[in-house]
Design a protein around this ligand. Structure first.
Ligand code: SAM
Length: 368
């Protein structure tokens, strides 16, 4: 029995199938091209609308300054950590944008110093300021990112048991929100493509910019991607989520070597336009009428009050703290205890000032 003869195709048939394949391939390529173009346009319009909304919307900020030395009065490392955690929770509850940790004994030559990188660079400062700053940074960082940014450190030994901030940017893997904090991965990307970012979801996000691996960043996710295999997003400023959605997005940390540098190293171009000092010797908060403002600063003293911080300062040439602030307020007139501790004063003061600051930020119509 002979083998069956293979089916032979005529040249015209072969040419026809080839042509058909070529047509399909061309179609596929065109679809891919169109998809890419659409994606690019969506990215661009998202970036443009983010930028436009950011510049159009005026958002006031609140900064709080506290001396790191308050940790030195705590009796144990556990209590030090707890105290720092109380400050973190207080400022988060009241949506504070910036915490300045300052050295209120700036002139002490024998004070133990340490270094910490704040939002602006590496600072060498009194160790209690570093510990307070480090714990505040740790608390602010979303849980899923902590392992990338906080190696084991004795300052953080008891932080695992602190009450969490539960801030809106501390999102779980099943939470849905258009913005997320992330860490840039070291996964290789094709030339011309942006980085891959871990934002605490099961899928990583391909972003529009190529960034240094290990960097913390804020990502705006493109809409309607639930069913997509790959997630896409754009890198935005950390202030964008709050500016665009009004959602509180955590605080920044700044370390200052003295009371005067709390003011002089202000990160806002035009400085703080409302400054409030706090003391039981101030005027009653009940009489305070809040002017409109862009950037408010509220300063707290340590165990010995703001007088000591002023005495230790080489720049300020006055002896009454009242003279360096726009307002010097007693935020708990008729206090029942002879002394209010700084961590208590932060809560009391922010609660007393909240409705007033709200009014001051709403009456302001400038863009910044
Ligand atoms: C232990 S107190 C310092 C001592 C001092 N009696 C004073 O208020 O200046 C620590 C800090 O808590 C804040 N504080 C205490 N009592 C306050 C009050 N009645 N009103 C506003 N702030 C107060 C101030 O910032 C103060 O520097």
């Amino acid at each position: 029995m002979g083998r069956p003869k293979p089916e032979t195709k005529s040249w015209s048939q072969i040419n026809k199938t080839k042509k058909e394949e070529k047509r399909k391939w061309k179609e596929l390529n065109l679809i891919k091209k169109l998809e890419k173009q659409k994606e690019k346009e969506a990215n661009e319009s998202l970036a443009a609308s983010s930028k436009a909304e950011n510049t159009a919307r005026k958002v006031s900020t609140i900064s709080v300054a506290v001396p790191g030395s308050i940790l030195e009065t705590a009796q144990s490392q556990e209590l030090r950590a707890y105290l720092a955690g109380q400050i973190a929770r207080a400022v988060c509850i009241f949506q504070v944008d910036e915490i300045v940790v300052f050295d209120d004994y700036g002139d002490e030559a024998n004070a133990k110093k340490a270094t910490l990188q704040d939002n602006y660079g590496v600072k060498n400062i009194r160790e209690s300021c570093v510990q307070l700053g480090r714990i505040l940074q740790y608390m602010e960082c979303p849980q899923y990112l902590r392992k990338y940014f906080f190696p084991i450190h004795h300052h953080l030994k008891f932080c695992g048991v602190l009450n969490p901030l539960n801030a809106p940017h501390h999102l779980g893997k099943d939470d849905h929100f258009s913005f997320r904090e992330g860490v840039v991965t070291n996964k290789p990307v094709k030339p011309g493509r942006g980085s891959i970012v871990n934002v605490g979801l099961l899928k990583e996000v391909h972003v529009d910019k190529l960034l240094t691996p290990g960097l913390r960043c804020t990502v705006k996710l493109l809409p309607d991607q639930e069913t997509s295999k790959k997630l896409k997003g754009i890198i935005v400023a950390p202030s964008t989520p709050k500016n665009e959605t009004g959602t509180y997005w955590g605080y920044t940390i700044r370390l200052a070597n003295s009371l005067s540098s709390v003011f002089s190293q202000c990160p806002f171009e035009k400085g703080y336009d409302l400054t409030v000092g706090t003391s039981d010797k101030g005027t009653s908060v009940d009489e305070f009428e809040c002017p409109s403002f862009d950037h408010a600063l509220i300063v707290f003293g340590g165990v010995q009050g703001l007088e000591v911080a002023l005495e230790s300062d080489d720049v300020f040439n006055v002896d009454n703290p009242k003279l360096i602030f726009d307002h010097y307020l007693n935020t708990l007139p008729d206090q029942g205890s002879r002394t209010i501790r700084t961590e208590e004063a932060v809560l009391v003061t922010l609660a007393a000032l909240r409705p007033k600051l709200l009014q001051g930020s709403e009456t302001n119509t400038s863009t910044n």
